[in-house]
Design a protein around this ligand. Structure first.
Ligand code: ADP
Ligand code: MG
Length: 760
């Protein structure tokens, strides 16, 4: 058996299994070995129905009898109700708020049901059990476990038990591999059973057996550890071989934990290496030297309708310092919503467009200035930045272009001074290419091949988590100079995550809000407090303010496909509010299924106060700026992450009016309430992000997909020490050996990692 063998060489897979495995990205022996359990069960815990009593956690193997959807008349929530039978008897199963369960499971299906026994005395039932389909083979195995308390290996292909009792497990001493057999007189511990993420057609049990088959001395000897041994020793981490065995077949939870820690370290270490390497390589690149006198910069900033905060001044100072050196700047400006990042970006743009291309750039004789590209994640935002820039540059007039998927604009227009005009894309691109438009703002349309700059010297990225050297190069279309990069985000992320994913960037925090902002009042709205909250809203609306109402869904779900019946929808809620609550106010909707044009029109009218209440999905999450909107009412609040809720809340802290945020959860579980209370008390987004990380786990952090970190890696982010260790070691290694020429395995691992992210 070789690590690169396709699984199909060693396993007979049904078509459904094959596609399920493909979806999980498990196609080879190696990938199977690296498909890790997400938790461990103690073995032999199955109960029989006759033995169940209220309050216990039970795992039962049985047949589904009767399963139907009902509406509980008392609680008005949909439930699925069924009966599970085993040889000892039967028990009711209740699935609250999960009407679809009845459609997912056919009567007569053999399942393993795991859940809490609720009810009293005779009237007990399984509450919201987790169902897992099981095959006859697996069931026999359950019996075997049950009878002997020992897991046996079973040949899936012949569907027979092996005659020989194979007890024992692979053992690794240092890096030597052996097979450790238990002698019969040592009592076998019940051991731990790995539970794997499942997919249709491949159960956790299937994985257990498949892994038992591939986790052999032969395969284990083929894996090579990319992490230098002295590092493992320093941090007391198991080698790769040991860790693989411990991960899949731990004897004690401690072993599994040590293995997980190792893989977490490895992942963070690889990310750090890659980032530090990128940073190192970038420092050898050339960029434009931009040096505008301080007086002139201050002059520009003094035209703003406000005084910059010390944090803004500090950020500007750092940016100017970077751009003066001629090495490409890579700076991340992280600031809570409303902290005034745009003004900082405008100042950076100002110094760039007030710099002439130098002789080195080969253009001494040509007119024009260096150029700026400013990329926003949505059209609404691009448009808004375009307008803000027009204001910021009011006294230093300059051509500004806007490019989005649905149209192009230029400021100023030839006819109306102080106004912008639509122009053709071709015309805009021509002016950008010949340098007549020094500032181009846009969406992703900005990085299309057809967009050519003459002297692109600064790229500003708003709310974009990663933007690497290569993308900058594509944008610049020239290989001799890399533009400076200013990345901006309002997504507050925990320090460990920032250290990891932004390892190649210098970080500046805008940790100060413009003066005069009143802290927002956040209230959790219980079901019977709705009228009170609406009264408060009405009071503000009457005083001339505007409101957002955020719903988790766009439309009412098709009842046939109802997976989330309870979530309020934008369309229905807007109707209901108009009909039942705010008859006298104009109410409109905004969501991602509208065309960019429709969204923009709606936003423009909301901005002009032609709309009082905007009922929207979380599309208003990033950056939207309507200072007169001071109330946000969030429905289904528990469906959003804390960081996201904070972002949403940030929509209404844009002025000196008192702002209100009402969060209204659908359910009132303890965890939900704890989380929402954190929103009420936390002082800023960073504090919240840390809380979110600890409470919900990193998997829930907003934007995690973009960061390309596995669950294990994300888990590691709770551990500041581990992250710092990985970072320190990565820095040191890159310091000694920038290209990692002495570490081919590490190089390969970094490469593999990047490749797998690319295909995601
Ligand atoms: P961010 O992008 O960081 O969320 P913006 O740049 O959109 O924030 O600024 C939010 C609002 O605050 C804008 O209306 C802006 O004009 C205003 N603003 C920015 N800086 C200051 C300041 N130093 N004092 C007062 N208002 C400011
Ligand atoms: Mg912004």
């Amino acid at each position: 058996m070789h690590l690169t063998d396709p699984l199909t060489t060693h396993f007979r897979l049904a078509e459904t299994q094959r596609s399920a495995m493909a979806k999980l990205g498990v196609m080879t022996v190696r990938e199977l070995l690296f498909h890790f359990p997400f938790r461990y069960d103690t073995g032999g815990a199955e109960s029989s129905i006759a033995g169940l009593v209220a309050g216990m956690d039970a795992t039962i193997v049985g047949t589904i009898e009767k399963l139907e959807t009902k509406k509980s008349w008392k609680r008005k929530i949909p439930i699925s109700e069924g009966v599970l039978r085993d040889t000892s008897g039967k028990i009711k199963m209740m699935f609250f708020n999960q009407p679809y369960i009845a459609r997912m499971w056919a009567e007569g299906t053999r399942v393993q049901a795991t859940g809490k026994v609720a009810g009293k005395g005779d009237k007990i039932y399984l509450a919201n059990p987790q169902l897992q389909r099981i095959s006859i083979v697996e069931e026999n195995l359950f019996k075997a476990q049950h009878e002997h308390g020992v897991e046996k290996s079973i040949d899936l292909e012949t569907q027979e038990y092996p005659s020989k009792k194979s007890s024992g497990r692979l053992s690794v001493q240092g890096d030597a591999v052996g097979f450790q057999t238990f002698s019969q007189d040592i009592p076998e511990s019940p051991g731990l059973f790995a539970v794997y993420p499942e997919s249709r057609g491949v159960s956790s049990l299937w994985f257990r057996h498949a892994i038992a088959k591939v986790l052999t001395p032969e395969t284990i000897e083929q894996v090579e550890d990319p992490i230098p041994l002295e590092l493992l020793k320093r941090y007391n981490l198991p080698t790769l071989r040991t860790a693989l065995v411990w991960m899949h077949t731990p004897e004690k939870l401690k072993e599994a934990e040590a293995a997980r820690k190792r893989f977490a370290f490895e992942e963070i270490f690889l990310i750090q290496l890659q980032r530090q390497q990128e940073r190192r390589l970038q420092s050898h690149e050339k960029s434009f030297v931009i040096d505008v006198p301080k007086k002139q910069v201050e002059g520009f900033m003094s035209t703003f309708p406000f005084t910059a905060t010390p944090a803004q001044m500090h950020a500007v100072g750092a940016i100017l310092g970077d751009m003066r050196t001629g090495a490409p700047m890579s700076r991340l400006l992280e600031g809570d919503v409303g902290s005034g990042k745009t003004a900082v970006a405008a100042t950076a743009a100002y110094v760039v467009v007030n710099t002439r291309p130098t002789q080195e750039a080969g253009t001494l004789t040509q007119a024009g200035t260096l150029q700026v590209a400013y990329m926003a994640p949505t059209e609404i935002l691009a448009k808004q930045h375009f307008e803000s820039f027009i204001h910021y540059f009011e006294t230093a007039p300059i051509n500004i272009g806007l490019i989005t998927g649905s149209g192009c604009f230029k400021f100023p227009s030839k006819v109306g001074k102080g106004q912008s005009t639509t122009i053709s894309r071709a015309q805009l691109l021509k002016w950008v290419a010949n340098g007549e438009i020094p500032i181009l703002i846009g969406t992703h349309a900005l990085i299309e091949k057809s967009v050519q700059f003459k002297h692109l010297a600064l790229v500003v990225i708003d709310e974009q988590h990663r933007f690497g050297t290569n993308q900058r190069r594509t944008l610049a279309h020239k290989h001799d100079r890399l533009p400076h990069l200013l990345s901006m985000t309002a997504t507050p992320i925990p320090r460990t995550l920032a250290l990891t994913v932004y390892g190649d960037l210098d970080l500046t925090l805008l940790d100060q809000m413009p003066p005069g902002r009143k802290p927002i009042i956040t209230e959790i709205v219980k079901p019977d407090e709705r009228p009170k909250a609406y009264a408060k809203m009405r009071e503000q609306l009457a005083a001339g303010r505007q409101a957002y109402v955020i719903c988790p869904r766009i439309e009412e779900p098709d009842p046939e496909k109802a997976f989330a019946l309870m979530a309020k929808s934008v369309t229905a809620e807007a109707k209901r509010l108009k009909k039942e609550v705010f008859q006298e106010y104009s109410i409109e909707i905004l969501h991602s299924k509208m065309t960019p044009k429709e969204k923009e029109d709606t936003m423009a009218r909301f901005s002009n106060h032609e709309i009082d209440i905007l009922v929207a999905t979380s599309v208003v999450e990033v950056g939207v700026n309507v200072p007169n909107a001071t109330i946000i009412f969030i429905e289904g609040a528990e469906r959003f992450g804390l960081a996201q809720l904070h972002q949403l809340r940030g929509r209404v802290v844009r002025s000196n009016h008192q702002a209100y945020c009402f969060v209204c959860p659908e359910t009132r579980g303890e965890a939900t309430m704890t989380r929402l209370k954190a929103l009420v008390t936390a002082k800023n987004g960073f504090e919240l992000a840390e809380k979110d990380l600890l409470q919900r786990g990193a998997g829930e952090l907003a934007g995690r997909k973009q960061w390309g970190i596995s669950d294990i890696g994300m888990d590691a982010l709770k551990n500041l020490k581990l992250v710092e260790a990985a970072r320190t070691e990565a820095l040191q290694l890159i310091d000694q050996d920038e290209h990692l020429s002495r570490y081919p395995l590490l190089r390969e691992a970094i490469h593999e990692r990047a490749k797998s992210l690319h295909f995601e």
